[in-house]
Design a protein around this ligand. Sequence first.
Ligand code: GDP
Length: 457
Amino acid sequence: MPVPPRPTIFALSSGRPPAAIAVVRMSGPRAGSALEKLTGRVPKPRQATLVRVRDPAAGDVIDEALALWFPAPHSETGEDVAELQLHGGHAVVAAVLDALGTIEGCRLAEPGEFTRRAFENGRLDLTAVEGLADLIAAETPAQRRQAFRQLKGLIGDRAEAWRRQLIEALALVEARIDFSDEADVPEDLIRPALHAAQQLRDEIAAVLADGRRGERLRDGLVVAIAGPPNAGKSTLLNRLARREAAIVSPYAGTTRDVIEVHLDLDGYQVTLLDTAGIRESDNPVEQEGVRRARERSAAADLVLWVIDASAAGGAANGCAEGLLNSEIWLVKNKIDLMDQRPRINAEKRRRDEYKFISSISATTGEGTEFLVTALAAYAKDYFAATESAVITRARHRRALEDTVAALSRALAIDRSGREELIAEELRSAATTLGRLTGRVDVEDILDVIFRDFCIGK
Ligand code: GDP
């Protein structure tokens, strides 16, 4: 039975209508004929062409549009791709999608299906797919730059190069095992193979030793606002959120105990957490909230410990346990209520338990400028040098750690007579790298053997 052709997929690829322009894309074997059915023609490849879009059944004109035609394999998905740039009204988009849906072999694309096809056709590796997702989700310029570099192969190309080197090393070992009787296969192929493995291990280990900067940049800096009840934490959060012109996405936290606000501070993403819910309680539901709030702020990079400086004994002690892994700054709030104002400017502390102390009024805003400047400087330091980071996800880190582990095991094996074991570890290292980019292919190994040694003579 003949294999049915792949369905041709189509979707609205631009944002939700109404908009000035709507982009409808099609990908698959019927993309060209679908375009022809709707517009009466298939334009020259890669040339924007003005067309009339008609309903193929009724024949009436839906819109005038720009059509683009990207024949396989030189397209984003690697398949035939057609694109229509329409006027972005609801009815226009609906009519075009409806019309495409009536064409045999065409169906609406599932989420991510264009990218998935690009991956399956080798146009993007897995890390690039992830980079693309990050680029679309990027909220700050630094995140955008990192995502773009990843999309363009920052880690994918490197992993692929490492994998190729590994396969060459593996080919040497396999040749030694399989063809040791052949006169033109040199005796000691293991030594150069292990030498290459060692170099690779060192190189990958160096990339791993990056202090997780890439992952941190991706996730943003987390600052928790904590302190005793009524110290003014929520008021401070609101003030910081309002002050920043570029609040990226303020929303109430998923639990009622943690409110989260995302700020763009000098181009770096900072997530502020209000942990007003951190208080002891007998209510089991509240206890769960408290537990979550604690967990969230324990993982914070920086804690602003807010106290009511005007209250009697508004001492700086009593810092919630569990926050001690983070750097803690003391924020003395409500200075507007004090007869004698403390100095507003903050001081860098050396020996104190607080690295930084500031005096503010969350209601009047006094002193908060200074705090924000300090936060921005902290964010800048925190993210310093992140731009050079290669690893942006835990998945990448795990894969590279597994690779290093396998290489270390290969290097630890006593070489004489244990070629099989060495080959096994090298193979496992190569597979792990292949999984990182989504390109696992054992045929490669044989290809290299036949290319480098004239064994099949
Ligand atoms: P939280 O429990 O720590 O989140 O505290 P809130 O932000 O809810 O504040 C508790 C009370 O203190 C509210 O009535 C606020 O209006 C008040 N408050 C907060 N900050 C200041 C301040 O700087 N000056 C004055 N006078 N009142 C403040």
